[in-house]
Design a protein around this ligand. Sequence first.
Ligand code: IFM
Length: 482
Amino acid sequence: MSTTKHHDDNLPRIFPHDFLWGTATASYQIEGAVEVDGRRPSIWDTYSRQPGAIRNGDTGDIACDHYHRMNEDLDLMRELGVGSYRFSVAWPRIQPDGKGPANQAGLDFYRRLVNGLRDRDIEPTLTLYHWDLPQALEDEGGWCVRDTAERFAEYVDLVARSLGTDVERWITLNEPWCSAWLGYGSGRHAPGVQDIGKAVAANHHLLLAHGLAVPILRSAVPSAKVGITLNLGVHRPGTDHADDVAAARRADGNLNRLFLDPIFHGHYPEDMLEHYETNQPGFSVIQAGDLEIISPPLDFLGVNYYFPGTVMDAKRISEARVAGYGVPLGEQFPDLRVLSLETPGIDTTSMGWEVDASGLTELLVRIKKEYTDLPIYITENGAAFDDYVDPNNYVLDHNRVAYLQEHISAVHDAIDAGVNVQGYFVWSLLDNFEWSFGYSRRFGIVWVDFPSGDRLPKASFEWYRETIRSNSVVYARSVGTE
Ligand code: IFM
């Protein structure tokens, strides 16, 4: 794609002086200590115990043991030189059964974390929900019922009143698409339900939870900067055939517009309302006034981006072969009739995700054009590769360095194109529990030896430290990618 201002690839891309560099993690993926200090099970504790749900039968029981090694991790962040750390609060530590008074020991843990960050001049960026719903709430219907959104608002109030002005940035939800569509649609995430009508209802109740939380945060912490983090993407039609273009539009509706439209325009997209019309309970859970609740003014948008997708209409499977895409990857949600394709010749990460940073610039430019000029933070971006510790005790993850270099440059290109991007957080500080992949996928810039928990910064850690220090990135895009 072409952007307005073209960068000379021989020169470093220098970021605005106040650009925020950070790194991100999430509670269940790193903390461990699942039965410590009053914490009770979340849906991930339950789901990870279901036979076959997680690769190698892994669980988050110990994870990176961050709960007990917090100071070591804080020191690593100081060494890295980040301006902010994005972490999430585990709801079941604060309200072990999802309702009632706060568990003081849980609040104390996050107080120690926030103090430890402030002592090291690192701004806390706090995510209130990164998927660990108290199991007790799931037993009462989880995100398929409205009550969970109301409970979330109460939980947010407890956290906000406790940590208050010591937290700069508050993110209500992380990737509600995953909670709704992987949790209740495909069942590949906790709680493992496969029901499209329930996924739609969960989609709505998650957005409602976000909308209810915003005024609560504003009243508890008037100085708070409040936003939401969405996992967004670009879907490119595999050919210019009208059916493939329509398939890309459906995929876009499900991943992007089901969230961006209500949050920024105050309504759901017509084509999606129509598509899910017959799924129950689906959109029938919407009540009068909900869309106003869902669309309050925000201070920023968090964007998580990993890879672009190429798609075709599912009925054109044989044309996909003819168009040179090889064997299609399959259909995530059969009702959408969208076939995911692999672009021949493109490098992939160990998740099988294509490495193509042009999608990030394209996405950011689109957000500005169609949705908002609010400050944007890239709240996650990174890659899993098959790292190993070499005989000299180094992890030379050059492929991750190349990925970060290319994607950070794509962010710079978006800034050149006039997009208001104000920060970037690498996913992730540590190798950690990668959901249904367990510990088999490593996203960290710090190697974690499981199960001893020993940490070893990788080459990408050194590279990122230098990027932060110089506030710039050098990257020569290969010819022909624009
Ligand atoms: O590990 C996850 C994270 O929890 C949410 N965003 C995507 C990451 C990589 O899959």
